[in-house]
Design a protein. Structure first.
Length: 202
């Protein structure tokens, strides 16, 4: 009886040790997942593939149509959300990181064009991101020209409206002055008529 009891407790001890080992292994695995997730989410390295996908999303959502403001911010949020949903390559971007990256790509594009213009004039083979940025900047400049035309037209319409309102106000004021002058003349005539009637009676 005593011997069987000892065996029983030894088995329980072994089972407890196994469960404890499994639990520790699970904790280590979870810790590894947390660390991997942390570094995966916090450290994103930009590559050519990242640049091309960013450029395609920018063209897809037509970012060039929006100036600084809430509309552009909403568009950047949609681009960031779309990129962050990709599994491969991994993205962890925000409004600011997209804006900063586009600014860098724009600078690289203009620098490359400047070096080509300064050199022999023979352009080298264009990369995919170079073609995308060229198209993006051309559409952006075209959109800015259209916006300027609309702004000029709106400004002219406002100026024309103000001028029309000014002339209408002048006519109203002139009419009021004429009415006042007519009223004064009428009052003077009435007074003169009263004086004449009074003089005749005397």
């Amino acid at each position: 009886m005593r011997r069987s009891s000892q065996i029983y407790w030894k088995i329980l001890s072994i089972e407890y040790s196994c469960l404890s080992l499994i639990f520790q292994s699970f904790n280590i695995y979870c810790l590894w997942l947390d660390i991997d997730c942390y570094f995966r989410n916090s450290a994103m390295k930009w590559t050519k593939e990242h640049n091309v996908l960013l450029g395609k999303k920018v063209m897809l959502f037509e970012l060039q149509k929006y100036k600084l403001g809430s509309e552009r911010g909403n568009c950047l949020d949609q681009i960031a959300k779309s990129l962050n949903q990709l599994q491969e390559p991994f993205f962890n971007v925000s409004q600011k990181s997209i804006t900063d990256r586009l600014r860098l790509l724009k600078r690289d594009f203009k620098m490359k064009d400047w070096y080509e213009w300064k050199g022999s004039g023979i352009s080298s083979e264009k990369s995919e991101i170079h073609v995308i940025m060229e198209d993006y900047l051309e559409r952006k400049e075209e959109q800015e020209r259209e916006s300027e035309k609309i702004s000029d037209k709106t400004a002219k319409e406002k100026a024309s409206t103000k001028e029309r309102q000014r002339k209408e106000q002048e006519m109203i004021n002139h009419g009021r002055k004429e009415n006042i002058h007519q009223m004064k003349r009428w009052i003077i005539q009435k007074k003169q008529q009263r004086r004449n009637v009074s003089w005749r009676k005397n």
